[in-house]
Write a protein that binds this ligand. Structure first.
Ligand code: HEM
Length: 232
C-alpha cells in the first residue's frame, strides 16, 4: 500500500532507488577505470560484473517488483507518449506516480543499452597483448573478439549521449514544470499534486518486500558468477 500524508505520496521503493544510484556510481567507475587502463582494469571488470548483476535484478524486478517498478506500469504505446507531450507543452503539468510514458521508454532504452555494453565487454579482449581479456572471450574466434571489442569501445559514446539526454530531461521537468523527479529518485516521494489532479484520489500502489528484492539480487549475483566462471 502507498504510504501517504497530506501532501506527499511514496512512489519509488528502496530497491529501485538503490539500483539507480548504484548504477550511476558503477558506470562512472567503469568509465574512468576503462579510460585509465593498466591496473585499473581489474576494477573495470568487477564494476562490470556488478552492473550486470544490477541489470539482471532490475529486469526481474520489472516483472515481480512494486507497482511503479513494473514494466507493465510504464511501458506504454505511442498514443500515451503523444498525450504526455501535449501535457508537457501545455500549461498544466503531467501527473504520474511512476515513470511517465516518455521516461518509461527511455528507461527501457537505458537498461538495454547498458546491458549491450556489458555483454560486449564480457567478449572483448586486447588481442595484441592478450593481457586484458574479458571472461567469455576465450569462447569465441578472434574475429568476433575484435567485433565485440570495437562495439564496446564505440557504444560507450552512445551511452554518454543517452545519459546526457536522460539528465537533461530531468532538468527540463525541474526548471520548466517545477517537478523534482531527481528528489523523488532520492527519497522516494512525490508531491501529491505531481501525481493526481486536485480532489482526485491518490493511486493505490503496492510495494514488494525487501526480502524478495534481496533474494533476487543474490540469485542474480550467482548467475553472473557462473557466467564469468563459464569462460574459464
Ligand atoms: C550513468 C548514468 C545514469 C543511468 C545509466 C541512469 C539510468 C536510469 C534508469 C535505468 C532509470 C530507471 C530507474 C528504474 O525504474 O529502475 C532512471 C531513472 C531516473 N534517473 Fe537516471 N540514470 C543515470 C544518471 C542519472 C542522473 C545523474 C540523474 C540526475 C541528475 C538521474 C535522474 C533520474 C531520474 C529523475 C529518474 C526517474 C525518472 C522518472 O521519474 O521517470 N539519472 N535512470
Amino acid at each position: 500500500m502507498a504510504t501517504k500524508n497530506d501532501s506527499r505520496i511514496r512512489v519509488w521503493d528502496l530497491p529501485v532507488r538503490l539500483f539507480h544510484w548504484a548504477l550511476v556510481i558503477l558506470i562512472a567507475t567503469s568509465y574512468f577505470s576503462g579510460r585509465t587502463g593498466g591496473d585499473w582494469m581489474k576494477l573495470h571488470f568487477w564494476s562490470g560484473y556488478a552492473i550486470l548483476t544490477l541489470l539482471l535484478f532490475r529486469i526481474a524486478w520489472g516483472f515481480v517488483g512494486s507497482t511503479t517498478a513494473r514494466f507493465s506500469d510504464f511501458v506504454k504505446g505511442p498514443a500515451a507518449a503523444f498525450r504526455h507531450i501535449a501535457e508537457l507543452v501545455g500549461a498544466d503539468r503531467p501527473r504520474e506516480a511512476g515513470h511517465n510514458p516518455l521516461g518509461g521508454a527511455m528507461v527501457v532504452v537505458l537498461i538495454f543499452a547498458v546491458l549491450a555494453q556489458v555483454v560486449a565487454g564480457l567478449f572483448s579482449a586486447d588481442t595484441d597483448t592478450g593481457v586484458v581479456t574479458g571472461p567469455l572471450s576465450r569462447l569465441i574466434a578472434d574475429k568476433w573478439i575484435e567485433r565485440a571489442t570495437a562495439f564496446h569501445t564505440f557504444w560507450v559514446n552512445v551511452l554518454l549521449v543517452l545519459v546526457g539526454l536522460h539528465v537533461l530531461a530531468a532538468i527540463v521537468y525541474l526548471v520548466w514544470k517545477r517537478q523534482n523527479l531527481i528528489g523523488a529518485m532520492i527519497h522516494g516521494h512525490k508531491p501529491i499534486d505531481d501525481v493526481v489532479r486536485p480532489g482526485q484520489a491518490a493511486p493505490s500502489l503496492r510495494f514488494a518486500s525487501g526480502r524478495l528484492a534481496l533474494s533476487l539480487l543474490i540469485a542474480c549475483a550467482a548467475i553472473v558468477y557462473f557466467i564469468v566462471r563459464w569462460g574459464g
